[in-house]
Structures are given as C-alpha cells and as structure tokens.
Design a binder for this molecule. Structure first.
Ligand code: ATP
Ligand code: MG
Length: 352
C-alpha cells in the first residue's frame, strides 16, 4: 500500500488564494491515476491567520505544519493588516524559525519562451541557469542587539561557525548534483562575519574536491548577475546579501510571477512558496499569474517526494502555455488566471 503524503496548505492573502487554487488544480490533475497519493490540510496563516485565529501563526497551524510531509505556502500580507498588532510577515519568520528552515533555495533560469522579456541580451539570457542558496535564519536580520533610538540605531550582523558550515554543506551538495561549481558571496574585505564566512567556506570546500569554487564580493556579484550570469551554478550567500541578490536575479527571468522557491532545514518538512508578494494591486481581478505557484508545486513534487517525472510534466506544461502565449498580463499576454490554469491542467492530463 502506498503511503499517503500530507501537504499543509497555507493559502495566503490577496492573490495568494487565487494562485493557490491554480497550483492545487494542477497537482490534482498531474497526480491523477498515478501512485502518488496525498491529502491536503488547509491551515490559517499570515493575514488569514490573523482574521481567523487572531495570530499570523496560530499554535494549531504550527503543530499541523510540523506534522506534515511538505508545506505549500502562497504569498501573504498586505495593507489590510497594516494596523494589526502583529504583521502577517511575523508569522513567516516565526514559522521558518520553528521549523529550522535555514536554507532558502531559488533557481534562476530563463525559459526560451521568456528570453525576449528578459532585460538581458538574448544570448546571455539563454545561458542563465543558477541557484541561489541563501542563509535564512541568522545574520543581519536576526542579530542582537537591535536598537532604534532618536539619534542613532543599531543592527547586529552575527554568524556562528555552525550556521555557516551547515549552509555551505547544503550548497556544495547541491552543486554535486549540478555543474559542480560554487560561488561564495561575502564582503570579506570589510566585514568580520564575511571573513568567517569565507574561512568556513574554504574548510568545507575540502570535503568536495570535485566542486570548483569562486569567492566574490557581494558588490561584484551584483554586477556579475547582470554581466556574466552564465558563469554561475550554485551561489551561497548570507541572509542580507541573498535577499537583495535573489530579487535582482528574479528580475532577469522576465517575470517574478513564475518563480518558485523552497526553504529547507536539517529534517522535517520543507516549505515551498512563490518568490513574489501578495500583489494587492491586482487581487480579485482574475489576472494573477498562477505559474509561480504551479512551478512551486512542481518543485515540491520533485524535492520532497522524489516525483521527478510528475514535476517534469508540470514544468513542460507551463513551457507549453508560454510558447502558446497563454499568459497573464504581467508576461505580456491577455489570458486570465483561470485560462492559464485550464490550459496547464489540460496539458498535464494528456498522455505523455
Ligand atoms: P512584498 O513586500 O510582499 O514582497 P512587493 O511590494 O515586493 O511585495 P510583489 O507583490 O512581490 O511586491 O510584486 C510586485 C508587483 O509585481 C505586484 O504589485 C504585482 O503587480 C506584480 N506581481 C507579483 N506577483 C505577481 C503574479 N503572480 N502575477 C502577476 N503580477 C504579479
Ligand atoms: Mg518584495
């Protein structure tokens, strides 16, 4: 008897639920008549958590998410909760911390059909295929003390060797499955944490003799992503730099409305989410691009459940929709969320 996987569904806010519905429709379609069996558990979270349970991360949501095999999250937050005592985003920080999700993984690839929309020259765009591995639970966003006074403010950037070492191993292991190249990002000409970052990277690199390594300052890296994107395979970066570089990387793909990400820890369920926000400006209009969530579903099938072929069918179906120009306005088309979803559902249902 096959095991039934449990997927926690945190449906999100504003366009969140619109694209979640699309992702789940594609999940249902691609797994139909296969051995992959799952059940969905919908849990209040983010703004929806505040509305339903008075908390962006209700205790019951955390407990059930922890007990699941994977967590599917859609974009959260928005102006509705600007005055709330706790912001929806605090729920996400708390969830990542509670699950120990210290590595955020974002693939950056430009599908042939999107090359024309990329701000890069076509020949550069076509060769772009890298993954950013961003440290997620430490560094400048979490260091203490943190002070905001009238005439001064303090943030603290701090890293433990153990925190650096584990993210390095994640990145190097990922490189072994790819093109065997790692780029270490830091600012070690100035920052102490970056000097430590580089030292630990050199030590960890010894364990992976087949992987070649480059060391790059973050400012040079910001240029590199635009000027020579094809030279990167796996990029390992501290939290703050990774936040900035991954938004830059998203821009060169032609639309943020189609990019997934995953966050993983040492054990326990991984969390899958589109990289973009809840886009309040277009919510309720039926024009949100569902491809981000559909790619997110593919990533979950592949990485948490080892269903590479199902994932491949989903990605191929998305590519087919793009090639047929069945795309939403953010990608230059006129299709609705519903039309794009139906096209992709039909494409994954077709016998291979
Ligand atoms: P956050 O602070 O939550 O990251 P943001 O202000 O950075 O939000 P996003 O919501 O990430 O903004 O995206 C910026 C804009 O891109 C949105 O306002 C929206 O117009 C567009 N956008 C984002 N995601 C999508 C999508 N899936 N489909 C269509 N347009 C999108
Ligand atoms: Mg943003």
């Amino acid at each position: 008897m096959t095991e039934i996987k449990t997927i926690a569904v945190l449906k999100g806010d504003y366009i969140g639920p619109e694209i979640m519905a699309a992702g789940l429709a594609v999940l249902a379609a691609v797994t139909k008549n296969t051995t992959f069996q799952y059940r969905l558990v919908a849990l209040p979270f983010g703004g929806d958590g505040i509305d339903q349970a008075g908390d962006p991360l209700p205790a019951a949501t955390l407990a059930q998410a922890q007990a699941s095999d994977a967590i599917l999250l859609s974009a959260i937050g928005g102006p509705k909760w600007d005055q709330a005592p706790k912001r929806p985003e605090q729920g996400l920080l708390a969830l990542r911390a509670a699950l120990g999700l210290y590595a955020n993984i974002r693939p950056t690839r430009i599908s042939d059909a999107l090359v024309a929309r990329s701000p890069l020259k076509p020949e550069l765009a076509r060769q772009t295929d890298f993954v950013i591995v961003r440290e997620l639970t430490s560094g400048a966003y979490f260091g203490e003390p943190r002070v905001l006074a009238e005439t001064y403010a303090i943030d603290t950037m701090a890293y433990q060797v153990s925190e650096i070492s584990r993210i390095m191993h994640k990145g190097f292991r990922l490189a072994q499955r790819r093109r065997q190249h790692v780029t270490i990002v830091d600012k070690s000409n100035v920052l102490a944490t970056s000097k430590l970052w580089r030292r630990v990277a050199r030590e960890v690199a010894q364990d992976y003799p087949a992987v070649t390594v480059d060391y790059t300052y973050v400012d040079a890296m910001a240029m590199g992503i635009i000027a020579r994107p094809a030279t990167f395979d796996v990029i390992i970066t501290p939290n703050l730099f990774g936040d900035i570089l991954s938004d830059e990387a998203a821009q060169i793909t032609g639309s943020i409305g189609q990019i997934p990400s995953m966050s993983i820890g040492e054990s326990g369920p991984a969390l899958y989410e589109p990289i973009h926000g809840s886009a309040p400006d277009i919510a309720g209009q039926g024009i949100a691009n569902p491809m981000s969530m559909i790619h997110t579903v593919a990533m979950m099938l592949s990485e948490s459940f080892g269903e590479k072929q199902l994932a491949q069918r989903v990605t191929a179906a998305v590519a087919q929709a793009i090639a047929a120009q069945v795309v939403t306005p953010d990608m230059g088309g006129q299709a609705t969320t519903e039309a794009v979803t139906q096209y992709i559902v039909a494409a994954v249902t077709q016998p291979a």
